[in-house]
Design a protein around this ligand. Structure first.
Ligand code: EPZ
Length: 402
């Protein structure tokens, strides 16, 4: 059963800062990025009540400061959404320079371009980002690169700006649409999310609401790939099959059987899979966040596969770990050239980042013998109860507390 989408939830939680009131968010994934997000909201004065493991009530009536703690905000990437929300609500905000997985340069120039176009002043000094504005005014913004973060952040900031903001060359990921739907549930007037152009008509006020986060496309894709890699028969539920089309299409191209239900997908394998080429791209292309698990599957798939990472400059670090397990991979620039081997061998490997960690779990499941993965705190940032979910499918996996 797939949990709520991390990359939607990490934007929806900070976006509750837009209002002076109460929101209840359901289907929140139980992961460490959400816990940090809640800690930051609390430090700003929000009251957080967990109704159950997946439901949070956030009361943002008494926001007491516009300075988010630098140590917490610089720990993870999505802290940049505090900027859009607090800028709109309070006209000023200070956060630490956003951190996150080390995937190469991760600039925030497109976020800044958007805030400045809405009338804000942005200063970066001593690892902190300071953004302030007397008032925000609508603008036409054409992003230079397709950015999930910048699209969502500027959309959040523009919800109450005077006039109609038009964002062009925007990201179309399911989580962008989900955040727009959440903002509209609070009374925003946003049209076009999911297309290249988003129009945001500024409203005077937003109000609290109840909202349920969409299922996690990336967690679902990871389990689909794990099913194919282990030649299992796995039905993945609580998903939106449309969001998984690029992954389903690639698995079918390899020879796997993918059967879609209304809110589920079943992956089985009844013959030998073929190597394929994969190139990551913004939605609806093949998601970069599933690239690393996919390269594990390709490492044991007959023939040569080329995996080209076009979003991040450094997202092949996991291939060094896979090579420790016997994989034949050569990285040239942004492309990994993978020659499928019969079997991987268990080894001690490192979860170099979040999705690399999930990739190592799949590698461990298909390898001969035992695999030990260290630095698993990366995995806990994005996969709720990963070992329980795999154990329920028959995997021999346990968390070793040291
Ligand atoms: C989001 O990161 C996700 N994180 C990432 O998932 C995901 O890999 C990425 O989108 C792409 O889908 C969150 O949602 C928290 P971008 P984000 O802005 O928003 C360049 C995971 O594993 N760029 O869409 O930071 C950037 O360098 C994480 O869950 C600029 O040049 O990514 C990259 O090449 C890892 N200037 C490209 O755009 C900017 O101002 C896409 O980045 C912003 C981005």
């Amino acid at each position: 059963v797939i949990s709520g989408a991390k990359n939607a939830a990490v934007a929806i939680l900070p976006a509750t800062l837009l209002i002076d009131g109460v929101c209840t968010i359901e289907n929140v994934p139980n992961i460490s990025d959400i816990k940090i997000s809640c800690e930051i909201l609390k430090k700003l004065g929000a009251k957080i009540t967990w109704q159950d493991e997946h439901t949070i009530t956030i009361d943002t009536t008494n926001i007491t400061t516009t300075k988010a703690p630098l140590d917490l905000t610089s720990k993870f990437r999505a802290s940049y959404y505090i900027i859009g929300a607090m800028l709109s609500r309070k006209g000023e905000v200070e956060v630490g320079m956003p951190g996150g997985c080390k995937l190469g340069a991760r600039p925030i120039d497109q976020h800044i371009k958007g805030f400045e176009a809405l009338g804000a002043n942005v200063t970066i000094e001593h690892g902190a980002v300071l953004v302030e504005a007397e008032s925000l005014k609508a603008a036409n913004i054409f992003f230079d690169v397709v950015s999930v973060g910048a699209t969502i952040n500027v959309m959040i900031a523009a919800t109450m700006a005077e006039g109609t903001t038009v964002l062009e060359n925007v990201a179309k990921e399911p989580h962008v649409v989900d955040v727009a739907n959440f903002l509209n549930s609070m009374g925003a007037d946003i049209k076009g999310a999911g297309t290249d152009v988003i129009r945001i008509k500024g409203v005077n006020e937003l109000v609290g609401c109840n909202y349920s986060v969409i299922p996690d496309q990336i967690e679902a894709g990871t389990f689909m790939i794990a099913a194919a890699a282990t030649k299992g028969d796995v039905t993945i539920t609580n998903i939106i099959p449309k969001h998984l089309e690029s992954i389903s299409a690639k698995l079918i191209e390899m020879g796997a059987i993918v059967k879609e239900g209304d809110d589920s997908v079943r992956v089985t394998v009844d013959n030998e899979l073929r190597g394929v080429n994969v190139k990551t791209a913004p939605y609806p292309g093949f998601p970069t966040d599933v690239q690393q698990p996919m390269s594990v599957l390709l490492s044991i798939t007959k023939g040569r596969s080329l995996v080209t990472e076009s979003i991040w400059e450094n997202r092949h670090k996991h291939t060094d770990e896979l090579k420790k397990m016997g994989a034949m991979i050569k990285v040239e620039g942004r492309t990994a050239i993978i020659d499928g081997v019969e079997k991987l061998e268990g080894a001690k490997v490192i979860a170099t980042d979040l999705r690399a960690g999930a990739a190592m779990v799949i590698a461990g499941l298909i390898a001969n013998g035992e695999t030990e993965i260290v630095d698993i705190e990366h995995i806990d940032r994005g996969y709720p109860h990963i070992e329980e979910k795999f154990r329920s499918l028959g995997a021999d996996i346990r968390r070793v507390v040291r």
